[in-house]
Write a protein that binds this ligand. Sequence first.
Ligand code: FES
Length: 582
Amino acid sequence: MSRTAEWIKAGQVRELKEKGSAVIKGGIAVFVHEEGIFAVDNRCPHLGFPLHMGSLCDGILTCHWHHARFDVCSGGTLDPWADDVPSYEVRVEEETVWVNPQPRIANHIQKYKDRLMEGLEQNISIVIAKAVVGLVEANVPDAEIAGVGIAFGTRSGSGWNSGLTILTAMVRVIPRLDKTGRILALYQGLVHVARGSSGRGIHYLLGALPSTDVSYERLAGWYRNCIEVRDTQGAEKLVITAIEKGMSPEQLADMMLIAATDHFYLDGGHVFDFHNKVFEALELVGADQSKQVLTSLLHMMGNPSRSEEQHHWQAPINLVEPIQEAVKALAEARTAGADAAVAVIDEEAVLQQLLSEEPLETIALLRDLLLAGAAPAQLAQLVTLASAERVVRFHTQNDHRDWIAVLHTFTYSHALHERLQRSEEALLVRAIFHGAMSVYLDRFLNVPSAKRPKAAPGESNAATNTEELLQLLDQRQQVDQAAKWVFNYLKSGGEMDALLNTLGHALLREDAEFHTFQMVEAAFAEYERWCLRTDEFAVKAQETMLLACTRYLAAHAPTARELPHTAQIAWRLHKGERLFEE
Ligand code: FES
């Protein structure tokens, strides 16, 4: 017999027959049943109940906690919400039973990926949680794990949605998190993908045009026209043709974003934000998924609201025409080949203008700065800072639902900032004006203005234990208190990695709503961008991002925390902890 030294002796056949079952070293349950001997992991893969306490009938082993059923021979489950139980090879040598402690499953990673896909398809959070834990423990890269969800979600008939946005955002937050945070971030993102995409049918791709022998400019023009007339099918054929023609992701982004900015602040900013997230997702999964990923956006282009058609963009002050005139002046300057020097911007003056009640002066300032050669990405960064300042000044006596208004402007502006760091497409600067006017329109949400935290004379600033922040967020509406705590932490020279990890956990331990995920990701990204500088303006901007993030989290905590509880169960099961004894 080729039995290796590592095999475990389970006992004599006669003894086992008398007992019916036994639990041996390694937590393996051995059963004698219908003239056969079988070995499986004794922990039920659902929530860990001892399977030797279950019942075995006609080859089906039934757990007595939630009644999951398993084929005792292979370990395969009949219940999709449970999982296959690991099974082990058994041999009998001279009436002695031996068990190979290596489970039969050969490829754990592929099995976890398959289970993740099943969890997504069936929308079962415990299955998703276990798959994520298994993949993270197997050191599978985050992008590869998230890629399973992106492939699933973008194939769904629901198209790009908030779940896919959350997943992509969370992958970008993960570098700031510890291992628990990493698991929670992937899990939360994937659960939201399942919620938004499972059971929605399949999005079957349309074909490309028969020939790709058409210029980039012409394809982009056709695409723009299709979006203008809300023809999403024509737009899809053009995106696929552009991909087959070999257009780069940067060219595709410009083509799609020009069309997405032909009208003002589409769907309250979501259209631009989702476009940005789609291209970030494409960076994760690679260009070979371009067709599925990019066309998933088009469903939202069928009838987005155009803000220039809305009354408050036209009255009491008409914001639409001045923006159109400013954009025209910029186009004429480009046509004339005006050669602008690189402008030096008075950032504080621009910030104050953006926060002012003078929208026409703001439009004129932005126009003049762009004509003078200001970098669009820098202006977008300042618009984002102004929108974060709106969150910092948001008074809690506003209607709670209005948090979303200031959030939308912030995440829109952040998305614009991200795109303008990657593109020099002149038409995208239109979105700077749209974002700036949204900052202006949010001004009444700062009346009265919440007070920015500041050090009081003689006050002790000591705040170094990040657990205190989490305790504050265990209580409702600790918006100003939490912001003050973070302010004190910064003034105390608190360790920044610990603070960012804590803010990440403050998000991920909750049943957070879509916009809270957006807030944390955008605030972290903007904070890190300002950290590239050390001057006084940049340091205050860093503080603004963290205060905005903290206030928004505090306004939306605590929740029931059911979703992360499932992930904690999955991880404890993976580590072999006993849940059923609690
Ligand atoms: S079915 Fe076994 S623990 Fe739930």
